[in-house]
Write a new protein. Structure first.
Lengths: 208, 187
């Protein structure tokens, strides 16, 4: 009786994702339809490459990571069950991949995936801005310089804050979706993003 | 689902957190329920420092638009699809291996025993056949050849025997051997 109820609830939750067209494509992939997989790659390749690019800032590395994420999707096709929206599932894979890569890179000190203050010779954002201002006292920083400073400010965030910011800002994901991807509750995501925005505000206050 | 995968590494909720800022950020992100959003809007109307903070936070968020973005290169799709075809081929091999293993796993003992008995019977039959064929070959040998084989030792002694002049000589040697004392030193 109890198992029956649990099964029914589980089915109900699964069914709510069946309306997602990408879930339908993934179900076709699990049934052996490689053309459906190609469609998914075409739909998500730019988003995935963009997501990794914000983390690694290296075009070749971000494409390798995106390709690996798609490979993982393909490898798990036979076990696939629609327990979330396809995009949530895909970005969860991407997030895990990025976290593993980050840990691996930290051990090997090979690929800098983002940068933590402890990872290399770190200068506070304030100092970078001050240096730039000292070099160019009379003119405004150009867009490239602003971009570099903003990028440094984002890199100052913790890994969790950075991921949450990228998912929310560039993937336009809700707190709930970000929570599902990162394995967090909505309140924790709210806190991450609030702290991230506070930190960014501090780092970039000279531009505001 | 999120709670099942809860990762304490990211759990940054601390007592010192500015809950007002968190609420303001959630408002700007459109993540507040309608009632809470209305309340924050009222606060913003009546609280200029809070309004300035909200504007700064919003401008901070807009600055992220200056970040460089990337899209997949032209060959990304082809490369990805080529890599999955390798996976497909690999998984076919894996499946074949799995089938072999599962065959071994699920084969009943009676079949295995029967197979072993048949193997043993085959081995015994082969051995018996081999023995019989050898015996038959021996029986088929020519009688002249058989005599030659029997006298083979004698033929080996031939270089010594051809020096004997006649039968009388042999008789004499035989008689001497009978009468002469046996020497222990000389064989």
């Amino acid at each position: 009786m109890r198992d029956g109820v649990i099964g029914l609830v589980s089915q109900t939750f699964q069914n709510q994702y069946l309306s997602d067209p990408d879930v339908q494509l993934m179900l076709k992939v699990s049934a052996g339809d490689n053309a459906a997989f190609e469609q998914l790659v075409l739909r998500y390749q730019d988003r995935l490459v963009g997501f990794f690019f914000h983390l690694v800032h290296d075009r070749s590395a971000c494409e390798d990571l995106a390709q690996e994420a798609f490979l993982r999707v393909y490898r798990s096709r036979e076990r696939y069950e629609p327990t979330a929206r396809f995009s949530t599932w895909l970005f969860r894979i991407a997030h895990n991949l990025a976290s593993n890569q980050k840990r691996g890179a930290a051990r090997r000190r090979e690929i800098p995936l983002g940068s933590d203050p402890s990872d290399h010779d770190f200068r506070p954002q304030e100092q970078i801005l001050a240096d730039r201002s000292a070099l160019m006292p009379t003119r405004q920083l150009d867009s490239r310089e602003i971009r570099d400073v903003v990028r440094s400010a984002v890199e100052e965030l913790t890994e969790g804050q950075r991921t949450a910011v990228i998912l929310h800002k560039f993937e336009e994901m809700s707190y709930e979706e970000i929570g599902e991807i990162m394995g967090l509750g909505t309140v924790a995501v709210k806190s991450l993003l609030s702290r991230a925005r506070g930190k960014l505000k501090e780092s970039l206050k000279k531009f505001l | 689902m999120a709670d099942q995968n809860h990762n304490p590494e990211y759990d940054e909720i601390e007592g010192a957190e500015d809950s007002q800022t968190a609420e303001l950020v959630a408002y700007l992100d459109g993540e507040l329920p309608e009632q809470d959003a209305d309340r924050v809007e009222q606060l913003l109307l009546t609280n200029p420092p809070l309004r300035r903070n909200a504007e700064t936070l919003d401008r901070t968020w807009q600055l992220l638009n200056s970040l460089e973005e990337a899209t997949a290169s032209g060959e990304f799709t082809q490369k990805t699809l080529a890599s999955i075809s390798t996976v497909s081929a690999g998984s076919d091999v894996d499946k074949a291996t799995d089938r072999r293993w599962s065959l071994k796993k699920h084969l009943p003992w009676s079949v295995i025993t029967r197979g072993l008995i048949w193997c043993l019977a085959g081995f015994l039959a082969c051995s018996a056949g081999l023995l019989l064929s050898r015996k038959a070959r021996r029986e088929r040998t020519d009688p002249t050849d058989a005599q030659i084989l029997k006298d083979l030792d004698l033929y080996h002694q031939y270089p010594k025997l051809w020096r004997i002049p006649d039968v009388e000589f042999l008789k004499e040697v035989f008689e001497n051997a009978k009468t002469a004392p046996v020497s222990k030193e000389q064989p």
